[in-house]
Design a protein around this ligand. Sequence first.
Ligand code: TA6
Length: 279
Amino acid sequence: MIQLKQFDNGFSYLQVNNLSCSAKIALQGAHIFEFRPVLHDNLLWLSPISEFKEQSAIRGGIPICWPSFGNNNPALAQHGFARTSLFTLISAEDINPNTTQIILKLTDTQETREIWNYQFELEVIFTLSETLSVELKTTNKDIKAFKITQALHTYFDISDISHVEISGLDNKPCFDALTQKTEPFYGNITFNEEFDRVFQNLHDTILLKENNKTVEIKSSGSNSAVVWNPWIDKCAKMSAMEADAYKEFVCIESANAYEDFRVLQPQESHSLKATFTTL
Ligand code: TA6
């Protein structure tokens, strides 16, 4: 079942319920902010004090960073404009009793051309079943080439950051946004301080483990991933985050970031896709 719903302030989202999962996807930002597989734990963290309002990014779920990740394009706002733009619903379909597909689209407007002067189409394709898959398909509709960086800035719901271990990033070149240095990273990732790094040359599955739970993250069209936890001091300064929120989430972001940027020629498309499976 797929329903178009609104909060009291008119902010619209899709509510999906099928035999395998339930989900909520905002039309602003094509932003999935809840995904609950029937047989497993809730996948995505959502800040209990996040606001749902126009022009403001939801804190949690999967913000879509596009057409620029972080400050990769200094002319644009941090993480680009897609996450605060209103998408159009193209299709919403129960493919079978266990699987629903939702397609949302953003195209250029006078407003987007003023800050990023290109004609484009960005389709976001959600496939919702036992697993969640999200595809960002960018098409260049202009007569000139453009460059994008992007990320699925996924906030994973965890019980306690000190029990989390991330594998699949061993021996990869890694840019540390805190020290601004690039060096190889060795081993699995555990957390006891602020962590904000961009990993390159990725081809493998990433695993997020906490106690008995394992989430598998498979990406295509992407050779980079970002891992982020703000820890105590930064968390206290972040918008729409409670002081202890850093314990409850970790971001693992399938990306095309920094040197993994993509240049699209006129009429060319590129898809970045991530699939999240609780094992
Ligand atoms: O992806 C990590 C990061 O770029 C961090 O540096 C951090 O500030 C974060 O994203 C959240 O950014 P936001 O603009 O959503 O507050």
